[in-house]
Design a protein around this ligand. Structure first.
Ligand code: HEC
Length: 117
């Protein structure tokens, strides 16, 4: 009995550690978009470490340490870095992704921040 409870707790902790994306379709979609569009620059862990980061100046942001709120994050994703006074190395995404897809990927990035190491 106590053993089962411990196992249950361990499983919960594991799921929680993996992020909330297993439960929420919006976050699942966001993770999928992140993995297909963003990791090339921001890295598989979203910490700004990637092969491209070695040569890109300014480097891709460490999204786990982002101090922007969701609105500011959505703005830079939608319109690109240059439109918000940052580097044009951050591409414009509103021509590639729908508003819903941008909402999803921004929500996903928000959960990474919450789980920052
Ligand atoms: C071609 C490389 C590249 C790709 C692909 C890319 N980014 Fe970026 N991104 C950057 C760079 C470079 C910066 C930093 C710009 C600066 O500091 O002026 C940045 C900054 C950001 C920021 C601002 C973070 C902060 O706190 O300042 C967010 C949010 C962001 N990117 C999200 C995304 C998302 C989501 C995707 C995928 C849809 C993505 N990026 C794809 C290069 C990229």
């Amino acid at each position: 009995m106590a053993f089962m409870t411990l196992r249950g707790l361990a499983l919960l902790a594991l799921l929680f550690h993996a992020g909330a994306s297993w439960a929420d379709p919006l976050l699942q979609q966001g993770e999928h978009i992140f993995r297909s569009r963003c990791v090339v620059c921001h890295g598989v862990n979203a910490d700004g470490r990637s092969d491209l980061a070695r040569i890109m100046r300014p480097p891709p942001a460490n999204l786990r340490a982002s101090k922007l709120d969701d609105d500011a994050r959505a703005a830079i994703v939608r319109k690109g870095g240059e439109a918000v006074g940052r580097s044009s190395n951050m591409p414009v995404w509103e021509s590639e992704l729908s508003q819903d897809e941008i909402r999803a990927v921004v929500a996903y990035v928000g959960t990474l921040k919450a789980h920052a190491p």
